[in-house]
Design a protein around this ligand. Structure first.
Ligand code: NAD
Length: 424
């Protein structure tokens, strides 16, 4: 008898379809584990919750929340929580699956999870956001725990939300449990270096790729989509190493300055005005022109499905380092391959965040905290090793880095699964 296809996605498979296609592309390279690959196309468990809250005006509003465990063969589920008006089940499933691959590609002892609430957080007051976060945490509490599922920040969530999540979980179990979330404030058991870790990882892996093709960082041109947690940290670290940030796009528009944009100065503008638009020391650029700006590095650090068949042909960058999760569609991947653009895939390029999250979790267990230098040095070592292993597979098998990363990761996940066996 054949296994039944998943029924809960409806006709348009959404981002989950991208993940399934990525798995299909890797099956021919999985050898004896290939027959187990079907298990990657089926999330382990999905929880959909109603999140009702009192608004400040006294009325009640209802939001849809999700928590997905994609695979836990290698350890507890680990992955962020996203607040966005376009969050869907398919998106959270794909993001959870990318976490399974990412954790395995980097060698962290975790499975893949992700959560989200379909909400525009910009429309809620801080009090409403706190009630939303606490109710959501309570609703998904049956899945959480330092040895079960450890959330972290993602789009539109950060240290503040992690503090509320940690407190809510702790209140519900009657003791303080710092290790239930990562990306917390330092005062609550957060880790030094976590805030910039994803952007730092983008830089470390992009530089490792650049070394392979003899491209220096100093004097290179960088364009970024997204100037949030990931984008602005990556921009600052590239800038600190002598690169020139010449174009940035966010949800408010695109800015361009061939002479270079100072990301520290731009941060102050964004803090005041909510986005890059109107930054006085750069020119505005029509959004579609962003992709065609000549540069050595392109860093997508916003949302998924941004590099598509429509714009991939116009990209002039030599290296794309994926800060965002799933920014490139499989069709765009094929175009970029043909054009000779080196794509450092998300599952390696943005793994810096979860790597320092792992350090945070370990530090919380031991109640012993490391210095920022130690953390950054360990982060760099983990990511360089992961990049090197993926690079070797890509050279040996003559496959793109994304497929190579999936080969490394899927092999580890499926090996764990094979060793554990199928219960009962
Ligand atoms: P964030 O909320 O801090 O920033 C998001 C940025 O994207 C903002 O600058 C926003 O203006 C921009 N943006 C949103 N919609 C846009 C649009 N339509 N066009 C152009 N720009 C748009 O989020 P973040 O934490 O920096 O996450 C960004 C990406 O990185 C996401 O894909 C996330 O999953 C991924 N990621 C984040 C982390 C982390 O540690 N925060 C770790 C790994 C991966």
């Amino acid at each position: 008898m054949k296994s039944e296809p998943l029924s809960y996605l409806g006709k348009d498979g959404g981002p989950w379809e991208i993940f399934v296609e990525q798995v299909d592309r890797v099956v021919p390279y999985l050898g004896r584990y290939a027959p187990l690959a079907e298990s990657l196309k089926r999330p382990k468990r999905i929880l959909i919750v109603d999140v009702p809250i009192h608004l400040d005006d006294g009325t009640v509003a209802y939001f849809e929340g999700y928590r997905v465990h994609h695979n836990t063969a290698r350890g507890p589920a680990k992955g962020g929580v996203r607040y966005h008006p376009e969050v869907t089940l398919s998106e959270v499933m794909a993001l959870a699956a990318w976490m399974t691959i990412k954790n395995a590609a980097v060698g962290l002892p975790y499975g893949g999870g992700k959560g989200g609430i379909r909400v525009d957080p910009k429309k809620l007051s801080p009090g409403e956001l706190e009630r939303l976060t606490r109710r959501y945490t309570s609703e998904i509490g049956i899945l959480l725990g330092p040895d079960r599922d450890i959330p972290a920040p993602d789009v539109n969530t950060g240290e503040r939300e992690m503090a509320w999540m940690m407190d809510t979980f702790s209140m519900n179990v009657g003791r303080t449990v710092p290790g239930v979330v990562t990306g917390k404030p330092i005062a609550l058991g957060g880790s030094l270096g976590r805030r910039d870790a994803t952007g730092r990882g983008v830089f470390v892996t992009a530089r490792a790729a650049a070394e392979k093709i003899g491209l220096p960082i100093e004097g290179s041109r960088v364009i970024l989509q997204g100037f949030g947690n990931v984008g602005n940290a990556a921009a600052r670290i590239f800038h600190d190493h002598g690169a020139r940030i010449i174009a940035i796009q966010d949800h408010t528009g695109t800015i361009y300055n061939e002479a270079g944009i100072d990301p520290y100065d731009l941060l102050r503008h964004v803090a005041e005005f909510g986005g890059v638009r109107g930054y006085p020391k750069a020119e505005p650029l029509p959004n579609p022109e962003f992709w065609a700006v000549p540069a050595e590095f392109l860093i997508p650090a916003a949302l998924e499905k941004q590099i598509t068949e429509q714009n991939a042909w116009r990209i002039q960058a030599k290296i794309i380092a994926e800060g965002a999760n799933g920014p490139t569609t499989p069709a765009a991947d094929d175009i970029l391959l043909e054009k000779g653009v080196l794509v450092v895939p998300d599952v390696i390029a943005n793994a810096g965040g979860v790597t320092v999250s792992y350090f945070e979790w370990v530090q919380d267990f031991n109640s012993y905290f490391w210095t920022e230098e130690e953390i950054n040095a360990r982060l760099e070592r983990v990511l360089r090793n992961a990049f090197e292993a993926v690079w070797q597979v890509s050279q040996e098998k003559k496959i793109p880095l994304r497929t190579a990363a999936y080969v490394v990761a899927a092999t580890r996940v499926l090996e764990a699964r094979a060793l554990r066996g199928l219960y009962p």
